[in-house]
Each structure stands twice: as C-alpha cells, then as structure tokens.
Design a protein around this ligand. Structure first.
Ligand code: SF4
Length: 347
C-alpha cells in the first residue's frame, strides 16, 4: 500500500480512489481563460488540475484562479524556486517541481519549508527528456535510469526533511515508461502519478496511454493518472474515465458488452449497443448489459450480464441474470432492454 497524500480535499495513494488529472493549456496569467478551462475540466469529472506557472504573472494569477474553482490545483514549475514560493503563498494545493533543477540546496529548503507550512505536497516529476546525468551514466537511457532519476530527486526532498511526496517518471516509450513505474513501485511507498508523456494526439495517443497506464493499473500500480493527449484537455478526462472503467476500477456505470457479430447475427448489434450506452450514460449503477447477435451462442454467453438480449430472426430473447424473461419483436428490443435495465435498477 502506498503512502496517503492529501491535496486539498482529495487523497492520492493509501487505497484512496484513483484520481484523474489533466493540465490546462491556456496562458495561466490569462485568469478568465484559465478559469473557464478549469471549470470545463471540473464538469467533465477532472479530480485534480495542473497548470504551468512559468513566470511571475502566472504565479500571481494563482490567487484569483484558486478563488474561482473548487478542484485542487497544481503548479507546474521548472528552474525557478521563487515561482514555487509565490504559488504556495497564493494558495496552490500542490507543486510539481524537480528539486535538482531549481538551484541550490537552500532553494530546495525554502520550498520545503513553505510547502510544509501550507500543507502542500510536492510531486517529483521526471521525464525521459531531462534525466539526471548520473542516472544515465549509471544505467544508460533505460527504465532504471528514469526510476533512479526520480529517486534522486526524492532523496533531495527527504534530505531537506520532506516526505509529503508523489512521484512520476514518464517517457514517451510505452514499455520503458511502464518498466520505470514497476521499479518505482518495488522501491518506494510514495504514491505514483502514472501517465505516458508526449503520447501525441488521436487514437495512437489513446492506445499508448491505455496500454501504458492500463497495464500498470491492472497490476495494482498507480494512484493517480493523466492520459496525455495533444489538444483539448477535456478529452484527457473522458479518456481517463473510460480507462478506469475498462480496467474495472470504476464500476458505477452501465457496462454495455456486445458480441463481435458474425454470420449468425440476427439483429443490429452495434447500433443497439451504442444506443443503450448513450441512453444509460447517466446511470450510476454497476450493471452489465449484454447485446448478443443470436440465440445459438448469445443466451449462454450473455448469461453473466444483469440484462441482455439474444437476437432471433423476428423475435429476440430478453434476459435477466441469465434467464430468458420475455420474447419480444425485434423492433421493440431497445425499449424492452431499457425497461429491464430500469427494473434491475429498482430491484
Ligand atoms: S453471439 Fe451469435 S451472432 Fe454474436 S458472434 Fe456469437 S455466434 Fe455470432
């Protein structure tokens, strides 16, 4: 079990629900635009929002932004520890910073003192593009180097007396990325922020993140996630939510399963499955609905579902908990399934 870290009213690690993070891509000092984007992210279900604090105006904007949104906010800072101090002073909830790139040990101590005072955790976030020279000298450009680099930064914080830490160690190579997290998971109890960096855009970005983050989550590794996609950050939140559902971590939804279809298929499986998915998108109940194209295999294969249909030529079997409860004309499948879902909902 990882250590539990508090960020405003959320927790990361220690068995807390896995949170979804994203990052704004507005100019942080443009308070109106940044607040508007954060509010969109909140509405989409984002649990924690990060923003770049890359200049003094951005650090000053933290105060106004903090006042307008509820979600915990993270300041992403490189090189200049004064920006971390200003962000903490202005009410930031967490700082992402690498102690090795903010200057002297005194600078690290100053940030640690301010973070401790304010109860602000720090994420050490190393990337494949900025590994410590010592780590590369020791391990080459490998997962071991990525993990080593993260732990060197963690050690700097620990030496300054700080342990309110979350770790990330991302790179754009999916396998190396996952291997680095496995090493970290074995070596440290700090919670892990998992993601694949520079994943790109579109379907390929999703595939990389689903493989890279999903494989770790299935093995119980990862306490908070970010699906990186170039473009509108709201898409990252939807993708993160789908990922958590797909790996069985979020179960409070109607999980529509459907057969792949084949020559035996008697009903429009894809259309029906999509309609049901849309019609039930707002239902927060752990239900499985099976849409199966034929009765030959469909009744048996849909038996695990709470509600299902097995398609016939003109009439289809509606099932509940694996038992056929009704046979209905094919044009009524959708309404009968929705009614059955409603009834299970009230059981
Ligand atoms: S359930 Fe029936 S229609 Fe669907 S793939 Fe299997 S055999 Fe084919």
């Amino acid at each position: 079990m990882t250590k539990r870290i508090r960020i405003k009213d959320r927790y990361i690690g220690g068995g807390a629900a896995i949170t979804i993070q994203s990052m704004t891509n507005t100019r942080t000092e443009d308070v109106d635009a940044t607040v508007a984007q954060i509010q969109r992210l909140e509405r989409a279900g984002c649990d924690i929002v990060r923003m770049s604090v890359n200049n003094a105006d951005a650090a000053e904007a933290v105060r106004s932004i903090r006042a307008h949104v509820k979600v915990p906010l993270v300041a992403d800072i490189h090189f200049d520890h004064k920006l971390a101090l200003a962000s903490i002073r202005n009410g930031i909830d967490k700082v992402r910073i690498n102690p090795s790139n903010i200057g002297s040990l005194n600078a690290v101590r100053e940030v640690v003192a301010a973070a401790k005072d304010a109860g602000v955790p720090i994420r050490v976030g190393v990337n494949g593009g900025s590994l410590e020279k010592e780590s590369i000298a020791k391990y080459g450009y490998t997962a071991e180097a990525l993990a080593d680099s993260a732990l060197r930064n963690v050690a700097l914080l620990e030496q300054a007396g700080f342990d309110d830490i979350v770790i990330s160690a991302k790179c754009s190579d999916v396998k190396m990325n996952a291997d680095a997290y496995r090493i970290l998971s074995a070596k440290t109890e700090y919670p892990l922020h998992v993601g694949v960096t520079e994943a790109g855009g579109g379907d390929l970005a999703l595939a990389k993140s689903y493989a890279g983050i999903g494989s770790l989550l299935l093995d119980g590794i990862g306490d908070t996630i970010r699906v990186s996609i170039t473009g509108d950050p709201v898409e990252e939140v939807y993708a993160g939510d789908l990922l958590l559902k797909a790996v069985g971590i979020r179960r409070n939804f109607v999980n529509v399963v459907s057969c792949p279809t084949c020559a035996r298929t008697e009903i429009p499986v894809a259309t029906l499955a999509e309609r049901i998915r849309r019609e039930t998108a707002g239902i927060e109940k752990p239900l499985t609905v099976a849409v199966m194209g034929c009765v030959v295999n469909g009744v048996g294969e849909g038996a695990h579902a709470d509600v299902g249909v097995a398609g016939g030529r003109e009439k289809s079997a509606i099932m509940k908990k694996g038992k056929v409860v009704k046979v209905v004309p094919n044009e009524r499948i959708l309404e009968e399934l929705l009614r059955a879902i409603e009834e299970v909902d009230h059981d």
